[in-house]
Ligand binder design. Structure first.
Ligand SMILES: [Cu+2]
Length: 479
């Protein structure tokens, strides 16, 4: 199905304003999120019209306390159905914010209150969770993304200040240009996965299908402003600045470098890593978060920006300015490096064997869906009409997802309502890196482990909007 999201029975039966499946508390809500069309000024001479939270981008930063219940009122002032997903939290399916799990849609011009207990602690976010299809105004193509920071009960706090960075493109259009994505390490591929992809491509070619559409963007931004258009990050020599970076892109894998400086990565997707390591470049797939400390030891005026010249020239960066520095902000390209999650993992492979292993093979039929690639998990293209769980889990068991990518793209795959731990990448074991989105390289294998401790349906999907919309989703039902 292409175009607007289909209206499932749950939308028609959605509770009236003020009622919620999460059991809202009466009285004043702790936070209010208003969804509506707005004008976002990306620069002094450039603005885009898009759906926003509270008429700003990113939406308000919600600082929540781990374990302390919170009530959020969501007012949908727009003309279309919405879903607001609490990404990276372990919430009941009824409030998680995905129709696939049974969260009711928020009808146009209506209000929903949700009450939940925030957790786990760390850097989370919230965003629109809809099937956009060919509607480039919907879901994560819009400006609906906001930050959540769940305060831990204890905070070691080895930094002087915190800066939140949200990466986001605007002005999407469809293009048949190829986008490279070869930034992941380790590199070895599985020949059988490549052969499966070649076979699918051959079948498409024989059917005369054209190269599939990808998405490109007119503007890039950091915190809703194009490079040079917003306030700089002002720093002092000797400061330790903790950056919390979110890639809120609908489809793009983004990078970030700061000339003359390095990033000491302390958390991935908001979860502290076992081994903080220093890297010259951060890479983030859509919905990934990186927290990293930068020691400000190189006075001057610099561009904290994307490695891609074209993206940077279209706004993908922000100026970092030391006190009393002048002139134009400088950019230099960092040395070649690859992104390897294992750098931050424990060196041993200490994971106990799982109770069960679930094998998931990701496939694509190039150009098979009205000009888009059609994706499948174990040969099954997800259907919004059937919403049938592909996997049945038992509550309390430990599972290993053995993911096999029989496509040439890197996919940022996401599991709702859980945190998983990477146990191997391309056959190399690792442990201790806990995430809720992870990029799996083209033709590669990766395993992640998790405890099935969330009853009900949990959605697994690629976080690239045009991949999830065209089949790359699966439901795991836990009982
Ligand atoms: Cu994908």
């Amino acid at each position: 199905m292409i175009g607007a999201a289909p209206l499932p029975p749950s939308a028609a039966a959605a509770p009236m304003a003020g009622m919620t499946p999460g059991g809202a508390r009466p009285g004043k809500a702790d936070h209010t999120i208003e969804i509506g069309a707005g004008l976002l000024a990306l620069g002094s001479e450039t603005a885009v019209s898009t759906k926003l939270y509270n008429n700003q981008f990113p939406g308000p930063l919600l600082r929540l306390q781990e374990g302390k219940p919170v009530t959020v009122e969501i007012r949908n002032n727009s003309d279309t159905l919405e879903q607001l997903h609490w990404h990276g939290q372990t919430l009941p399916a009824a409030v998680d914010g995905a129709a696939e799990e049974g969260t009711p849609y928020i009808p146009p011009h209506s209000t929903r209150r949700v009450t939940f207990t925030p957790g786990p602690s760390g850097f989370r976010f919230y965003h629109s969770h809809l099937t956009a299809g060919t509607d480039l105004t919907a879901g994560s193509y819009s400006g609906q993304a906001g930050l959540v920071f769940i305060e831990p009960r204890q905070n070691p706090g080895a930094y002087d200040r915190e800066v939140f960075i949200t990466l986001k493109e605007f002005g999407p259009s469809f293009t048949r240009m190829e986008m490279p994505d070869d930034m992941l390490a380790p590199a070895p591929i599985v020949p059988a996965l490549r052969d499966a992809a070649l076979k699918a491509l051959d079948a498409s070619t024989r059917r005369g299908l054209p190269q599939a559409y990808d998405v490109s963007y007119q503007f890039c931004s950091v915190n809703g402003r194009m490079l040079g258009e917003g306030p700089p990050i002002s720093v002092k020599a000797g400061q330790r600045v903790l950056l919390h970076v979110l890639n809120a892109s609908a489809t793009e894998i983004r990078s970030l470098a700061l000339p003359g400086h390095a990033f000491k990565v302390t958390a991935l997707d908001g979860n502290p890593v076992p081994r903080p390591a220093t890297v010259p470049v951060l890479w983030l797939g859509p919905a990934e978060r990186v927290s990293a400390i930068v020691e400000m030891r190189n006075p001057g005026k610099w561009v904290l920006g994307d490695l891609d010249d074209d993206a940077r020239n279209h706004g993908a960066g922000i100026v970092v300015e030391y006190a009393k520095s002048g002139g134009k902000p400088a950019w230099t390209k960092p040395a070649e490096s690859r992104w390897d999650y294992r750098l931050f993992g424990a060196q041993h492979s200490g994971n106990p064997p799982p109770d069960e292993t679930i094998t998931m093979t990701f496939g694509a039929n190039p150009g098979a869906r009205n000009g888009f690639d059609e994706f499948s998990v174990n040969g099954v293209v997800f259907s919004m009409d059937r919403m049938k769980p592909l996997f049945n889990l038992s509550l309390g068991k430990r599972y290993r997802l053995r993911m096999r990518n029989a496509t040439d793209d890197a996919h940022p795959v996401h599991l709702h309502r859980h945190t998983f731990e990477i146990s191997s990448i391309a056959g190399r074991p690792t442990a201790g890196v806990r995430k809720d989105v992870v990029m799996i390289g083209g033709f590669q294998e990766m395993t992640v482990d998790f405890l099935a401790d969330q009853p009900g349906p949990s959605l697994f999907h690629c976080h690239m909007q045009h991949h999830m919309d065209f089949g790359f989703m699966a439901l795991l039902d836990c009982r």
